[in-house]
Design a protein around this ligand. Structure first.
Ligand code: FAD
Ligand code: MLT
Ligand code: ZN
Length: 480
């Protein structure tokens, strides 16, 4: 049956769109961190929405599950197939077209396989801004950004992918095409279905295209790197920046010394902006649409006020775009640098901004008691209350022994998150990694409704099964 299906898929997408050679499939079967690995009957790479629809319909008729995949930069195993070798990976990486840019409507219509950076560049070429910005932007795709409701460093000012999306085109699990590609900022004609597919991690359908919001280009920018004594000072500092910069505050990222130390150790060209070590740092950016706006003055006023209030240990304002880029590289290099220190256990939690200092103090105490010497790599989008509370093994410890403690260490972080009324995933999603543990933290009626929706959209359970929600039991298959 599988061989016949693979040959039918080949007829739909042509030789350029079908991969069955194990060596060529390998890159599609493990994730960016090599934390998950699977097998597949084939990787199918359609070139058009009609080909996606025909391939999905064919798999549906054969009862074969599909795993949608974009840039494969996801951090929780959502785009990796299971180990059975029966699933089909459906990669959108041949569907990269910018279909339309409507400057007056401030929208861009793109195919799901378009790489985020190429969309930013298309917007910039038209004097506009597409503001989603994250470390993986050179390889992650719009489809993956939508399916994970990606966040990143611009959420503070522009919101998450959900806030940036006006319309979607989706291939449903049985192969029907839903054309919801509307570029409307107002549309009250019933349930807003696009929000179900955004953040669904490919479990409800394959996103093939989207209408996204554009903004005026930013023509002035100022960037500062600030050393702080503790996380509370960072919370107070963001308050000062909000008051003085208002909407011009477009970046506010927190980093612990441990995070920066990994970057200094592993990223070539990285340089510590200060001669002394400090426990915490903030990278902040203020931007304006006006060319030549004196934003250094805004940053200096905020830093002056913060200094008066005793919040700062040291600060430097970038004196050129190259220096600003070097400061951003210190922040963006953390994920990559941490991979050089053994397994990196990732936790992307969110709590109310005001509770971050208490969360860090409580969690770090418990982690250090559980595993003395553990290296806690805390950083993130603190203006959104979102911390990457990542963990590396104690220096010299064995990888396998550390991995064996992953569940227990995650539990410490998630219990503290829950106690602070937070969420165990702020931006990366549940995928495989948090699929089971989420049931301990999310309201049971909410989970029941999610299972019922999954069943409504995908009664055969063939669209990215085993992600977000555990395999449905017969009890879960009941209607609402
Ligand atoms: P993939 O990894 O290919 O897929 C992710 C999920 O989406 C999977 O469940 C997959 O099945 C589903 N999917 C993919 N395409 C489609 C589609 N067309 N239709 C339906 N489902 C689909 N994330 C953030 O939010 N903020 C960050 O700041 C951030 N920084 C990162 C930095 C680094 C260095 C790395 C490696 C990752 C980072 N990420 C971040 C995580 C990741 O880049 C994002 O989750 C991104 O949105 C994933 O896009 P992708 O195309 O790689 O998706
Ligand atoms: C980031 O913001 O750099 C990523 O989302 C975090 C990570 O890689 O853990
Ligand atoms: Zn992040």
């Amino acid at each position: 049956m599988t061989a016949e299906l693979v040959s039918q898929l080949g007829d739909i997408v042509g030789p350029a769109g079908l991969i069955t050679d194990p060596d060529q499939m390998a890159g599609y079967l493990t994730d960016w961190r090599n934390a998950y690995a699977g097998a597949a009957a084939a990787v199918v790479r359609p070139g058009t929405t009609d080909e996606v629809a025909a391939a999905v319909a064919r798999c549906h008729a054969a009862g074969v599950a599909i795993v949608p995949q974009g840039g494969n930069t996801g951090l929780c195993g959502g785009a990796v197939p299971d180990a059975s070798g029966r699933q089909v990976v459906l990669s959108l990486n041949r569907m990269r077209r910018i279909r339309d840019l409507d400057a007056a409507n401030q929208t861009i219509t793109v195919e799901a396989g378009a790489v985020l950076q190429s969309v930013q560049e298309a917007a910039a070429a038209a004097g506009r801004l597409f503001p989603l910005s994250l470390g993986a932007q050179g390889s992650c795709t719009i489809g993956g950004n939508l399916a994970t409701n990606a966040g990143g460093t611009g959420v503070l000012r522009y919101g998450t992918m959900r806030d940036l999306t006006l319309g979607l085109e989706v291939v449903l699990p049985d192969g029907r095409i839903w054309n919801g590609l509307r570029g409307l900022r107002k549309d009250n004609t019933g349930y807003d279905l696009k929000h179900l597919f955004i953040g669904a991690e490919g479990t409800l359908g394959v996103i093939t295209a989207a209408v996204l919001k554009l903004f005026p280009a930013l023509r002035s920018r100022a960037t500062a790197w600030v050393a702080l004594p503790n996380p509370q000072a960072a919370i107070d500092l963001i308050g000062v920046f909000r008051e003085l910069a208002g909407d011009r505050l477009t970046g506010f990222e927190l980093m612990s010394r441990q995070s920066v130390e990994f970057v200094l150790r592993h990223c070539s060209g990285a340089r510590d902006p200060f001669p002394d070590h400090h426990p915490w740092y903030v990278l902040t950016e203020v931007s304006d649409t006006l060319p030549g706006a004196d934003l250094d003055a805004v940053i200096e006023a905020a830093l002056g006020e913060a200094y008066e209030r005793g919040l700062l240990a040291d600060a430097v304002v970038a004196s050129s775009p190259a220096q600003a880029a070097a400061l951003w590289a210190l922040r963006e290099g953390i994920s990559e640098a941490q991979n050089h220190e053994g397994p990196s256990l990732k936790h992307d939690i969110t709590v109310p901004v005001s509770r971050i200092p208490a969360f860090i103090a409580r969690t770090d105490r418990a982690l250090e008691a559980a595993l003395p010497g553990i290296r806690i790599v805390t950083y993130g989008h603190i203006g959104d209350g979102n911390l990457h509370h990542n963990l590396s093994k104690p220096a010299g410890a064995a990888d396998e022994e550390f991995r064996a403690r992953a569940g227990e260490l995650a539990r410490i972080i998630y219990d503290a998150t829950h106690a602070c009324e937070g969420s165990i995933s702020a931006e990366h999603g549940l995928g495989q990694s948090k699929r089971d543990i989420i049931t301990d933290y999310k309201d049971r009626h909410e989970l029941d409704l999610m299972r019922a929706l999954k069943h409504l959209f995908d009664p055969a359970g063939l669209m990215n099964p085993g992600k977000v929600l555990a395999e449905p039991s017969p009890r879960d298959r009941r209607p609402l």
